[in-house]
Design a protein around this ligand. Structure first.
Ligand SMILES: *Cc1c(COP(=O)(O)O)cnc(C)c1O
Length: 453
């Protein structure tokens, strides 16, 4: 990277971070105006340096700000400094994490992370894992392992029987997509009803499995969601794993959202039963605020990870043993270094520091719930122990209030729905937030509601 661009990077970053303090939410540019307001079109001729800088600057300054204290829109947010440092360095180094020859000690870093999380999860030394391109992909890898574990022939000859998979009606949409990618088919996904808290009903799960077996289907995969996207509900891993072992079905925990709770001594219990599963995933870019993406997939059965994903390629995998060539068990060939950003964070704050991040997010979530419960203008729609807080204010339609908050550049927050109720979903995933940030969230929301409704 040349000096001019390095300087420009520093300049733009400084400017952005400075501006974020005063304008934590950018005024949105409407889709109709985006090409008129910004210089985005690509030309045959080169752009002179000044015009280039100008175009880049306005692009950066007009992009939605996800790292500020007013971003509550999705299950990620914040900008952890140490982790960002790691991410920037991995871009500069630009290794591909398929072989030790090309990744070097970065492969060792990935191994350290995987081993350490396996230990926290209570899996034994037969376990293994890898970093995937995202939670959806991690869930896909788990499904492929489950499918191949059920029938070793499928890898060679394709799916011949009617396989079924099980997940709750509150689970992430990747489960549905993955069913088609895996050759199982979307209509063979069984959506199990949830209770009032949004947790999978295990009695319904068992009933459905029995009925499917009776009809000649072969159940291969149960997905338990640990932190549903809307309500933040947790399916019972103990009960679901019990069903899994009775019927010999692979149990996967989609812990993309809540998996990082493993780091907190105080909240680890919410993941109880994790050690009973066959696989689980977690997204460090959610509760740990690493840059996107940092997703991990683990399985108790290392042999299954190898069986499903291994491919020989002697032009690539030369010399080292399999464990040092993680490209052998990954979906893609070239692999970004998503390990370093988690390592820089973990190394600097320790496991206890990661735990404190989770604890802070719960502290803020509890604070928000307390505020809502003590104010008659609000209705709370979910329960304690969740990092999403679902509520309505004065019966104002949630989607309209969210839109006004966005248009007025006050807060970025989204809405969700459970059964027939639509509500605002405040998420607490930014551990750098403080008590006053939560209070200001409500202040701005109430001011906006008074102004428009
Ligand atoms: C975020 C999330 C996913 C998807 O992860 P991506 O990295 O966005 O693909 C899957 N499941 C749950 C429960 C999630 O919260």
């Amino acid at each position: 990277m040349n000096k001019t661009d390095l300087n420009l990077f520093n300049e733009l970053t400084k400017e952005l971070i400075e501006d974020e303090k005063n304008h934590p939410v950018v005024s949105p540019i409407s889709i109709n105006d985006v090409f008129d307001k910004l210089n985005l079109e690509l030309d045959i001729d080169p752009c002179n340096e000044q015009a280039f800088t100008q175009a880049l600057r306005s692009l950066v300054m007009n992009t939605p700000r996800t790292a500020t204290k007013k971003f509550f829109n999705q299950l990620f947010g914040g900008r952890n400094s140490k982790s960002t440092l790691g991410e920037l360095l991995s871009v500069i180094l630009n290794n591909s994490m398929y072989t030790y020859k090309v990744g070097g000690p970065m492969i060792a870093i990935e191994q350290v992370i995987i081993k350490s999380i396996i230990k926290l999860a209570g899996y034994n030394e037969e376990a293994h894992g890898t970093i995937s391109t995202g939670g959806s992909m991690a869930n896909y890898m788990a499904l492929i392992m489950a499918r191949d574990h059920h029938d070793k022939e499928i890898k060679l000859n394709g799916v011949k029987n009617n396989l079924t998979i099980y997940t709750s009606d509150q689970s992430h949409y990747s489960i549905n997509k993955n069913a088609s990618f895996a050759g199982i088919g979307r209509s063979n996904v069984r959506y199990i009803k949830t209770n009032d808290a949004g947790e999978m009903r295990v009695d319904e799960l068992e009933k459905q499995i029995l009925s499917d077996i009776d009809k000649g289907y072969q159940p291969v995969f149960i997905n338990a969601t640990i932190g549903t996207t809307v309500l933040g509900a947790i399916d019972s891993l103990e009960e679901i794993s019990d069903i899994g072992s009775r019927f010999k079905i692979w149990v996967h925990a989609d812990a993309a959202f809540y998996g990082s709770m493993l780091f907190s001594e105080k909240y680890r219990d919410l993941l109880k039963g994790l050690h009973l599963t066959d696989s689980f995933c977690m997204n460090a870019h959610k509760l740990l605020s690493t840059p996107i993406s940092c997703s991990l997939i683990f399985t108790k059965h290392k042999s299954c990870l190898y069986y499903s994903f291994i491919s020989e390629a002697n032009y690539l995998f030369q010399g080292e043993s399999d464990d040092w060539n993680p490209g052998k068990i990954s979906f893609q060939c070239g692999r970004r270094n998503d390990a370093l950003k988690l390592w820089t964070l973990w190394k600097s704050v320790g496991t206890s520091g990661l735990g404190e991040m989770i604890d802070q997010e719960f502290y803020l979530a509890d604070l928000a719930r307390e505020y809502i419960r003590s104010n008659d203008n609000y209705t709370l729609h979910n329960f304690d122990n969740a990092l999403t807080i679902c509520f309505n204010y004065k019966n104002i339609p949630a989607e309209q209030l969210c839109e006004k908050l966005y248009e007025d550049a006050q807060i970025m927050v989204g809405y969700g729905q459970f059964k027939d109720v639509r509500f605002i979903r405040l998420v607490s995933v930014n551990s750098s937030n403080q008590k006053e940030d939560v209070l200001e969230f409500f202040e701005r929301l109430e001011a906006c509601a008074d102004k428009y409704f």
